[in-house]
Design a protein around this ligand. Structure first.
Ligand SMILES: [Zn+2]
Length: 471
């Protein structure tokens, strides 16, 4: 009997040990989230005082200092040039702490403050089933930030003893992640998920960096209505719709475009040059199709020597990272790494450029975040007669006939959420992200009926439901 018990005990021990070993073998690699722009505020590193977003006091004093020059120049002197300079002085004052030198270093001792809890690479996070975070100073070129991301990845892998890591990124984080893959390869990665990504740029930056500002009355109305939705100011939306219906908004926008903007834009661009155009992080948002024109607009045919480092970094990012997304991701997929893309649409874009008619998540154009979907303008559909552009044997046209995903770089692994705003994680979106991250191999829109290509977001409940495809 004793013998039998000891054999039984041995067997039990053996079984539990082997199941433990099996469980360890099955444990998925750690997860790292590469955050979007300004997830962590910029501060003066000497005393921790705010640099970006600017403090209320800084905004107030900058605006106050501009009011008298603006009135004197604009009304008394009737000088567009003087008024534009006064306006820019206020804006430059507000953003002074963010300024970069043309050699792509910070003008002031400004940056992100380390936060040991958030920045930890300790194995504890992994052991407890948590995820790691990567935040950064958004002003720098994603190429430079990619070096810091590489350090973070190496530290996490060393601490956890894992060979690979699963990474998901958001917005500007996708520019950084793509730069990392271009510079360091994908050997240490086992899954890639890009959400609301700016990695193909944003049309509004392509326009602004080419000195084009245009206020579209439809976009302005949509944008304001969207902003006040569900708030105490919802009546403002009704008012905006009324003003639009009686063509008042059209008139005001026309006046702003044809008089104000037309007369001030050249001076504004010249005055803002040392701030806006010196930020390589923002240059990474310029779509490749607009880049040559923007580069010429800002730096001329031959950039001066003082801008050499900045222009070289911008050139490299646009030509070797943004424009090479297919090569970079194809090569990862060929090595068995699952790649997924999540895009949001049906939120009005910032109404200060012509491209604000684009479908977006309020920030990034859906056609860019999805790497090539065919998307109807905001508030419109592709039409009842529209036929899916590429026939691959599946239906890739959304039920609302707004998105044709068949023209995406990866139509089988690109997902869309209608109605969600930029940077809306949590709840159902998190569940989807973790489904992708946990999926064994390459997830597709056919992998799980719970996660087809198109979702609808309910703004009141925050829940996702299946939107389906057009019949
Ligand atoms: Zn297909």
């Amino acid at each position: 009997m004793k013998k039998l018990i000891s054999v039984f005990l041995c067997l039990t021990l053996l079984f539990s040990l082997s199941s433990l070993a099996f469980a360890q073998e099955e444990k998925q690699p750690p997860v790292l989230f590469v955050a979007g722009m300004n997830t962590r505020d910029l501060v003066f590193l000497d005393d921790g005082s705010p640099a970006f977003p600017p403090s209320g006091d800084r905004i107030k004093s900058s605006i106050l200092s501009a009011i008298i020059p603006l009135l004197v120049n604009g009304i008394l002197m009737r000088s567009w040039d003087g008024a534009a300079k006064a306006l820019c002085k206020a804006v430059n004052g507000i953003f002074e702490p963010c300024k970069m030198r043309p050699n792509t270093t910070s003008l002031y001792n400004v940056g992100i403050e380390p936060k040991p809890d958030t920045d930890t690479t300790s194995a504890e996070v992994y052991e407890q089933g948590g995820e790691y975070f990567f935040t950064y100073d958004w002003r720098y070129s994603p190429l430079d930030t990619a070096d810091l991301l590489n350090d973070r990845i190496n530290e996490i892998l060393a601490n956890t003893g894992c060979d690979t890591i699963r990474i998901y990124s958001h917005s500007m984080g996708s520019c950084v992640l793509l730069s990392y893959l271009e510079k360091y390869g994908h050997d240490k990665v086992s899954k890639l998920l890009f959400t609301d990504s700016a990695f193909q740029g944003m049309d509004f930056v392509g326009e602004l960096f080419n000195g084009k500002v245009h206020i579209n009355p439809d976009s302005l109305t949509n944008y304001v209505c969207d902003m006040v939705y569900g708030t105490d100011y919802a009546w403002v939306g009704g008012l905006m719709k009324f003003l639009k219906a009686v063509y008042l908004t059209d008139g005001v926008c026309k006046l702003a475009n044809d008089v104000l903007i037309k007369n001030m834009i050249d001076t504004v661009c010249a005055e803002m040059r040392d701030f806006v155009f010196m930020l390589p992080g923002i240059w990474s948002f310029c779509p490749a199709k607009d880049y040559a024109a923007c580069r010429k607009f800002v730096f001329g045919d031959t950039p001066a020597e003082e801008y050499r480092i900045l222009v070289e970094k911008n050139d490299y990012y646009i030509n070797n990272v943004q424009s090479k997304i297919k090569d970079i991701l194809d090569s990862a997929i060929a090595d068995g790494i699952g790649v997924a893309i999540l895009t949001a649409y049906d939120r009005p874009a910032i109404p200060i450029v012509s491209s604000s008619v684009n479908q977006s998540d309020g920030m990034v154009d859906a056609k860019h975040a999805s790497v090539g979907a065919t998307v109807a303008p905001f508030g419109k559909t592709l039409g009842d007669d529209y036929k899916q552009a590429v026939n691959c044997g599946h239906n890739h046209l959304s039920a609302d006939r707004v998105v044709d995903a068949s023209t995406c770089l990866y139509p089988e692994s690109t997902w869309f959420i209608r109605g969600i705003i930029h940077h809306s994680f949590g709840g159902d979106v998190d569940a989807f992200c973790y489904w992708v991250l946990d999926y064994d191999g390459q997830p597709t829109i056919h992998s799980d009926p719970k996660y087809p290509q198109f979702f609808d977001y309910d703004r009141d409940t925050g829940r996702l439901s299946v939107l389906g495809t057009a019949s």
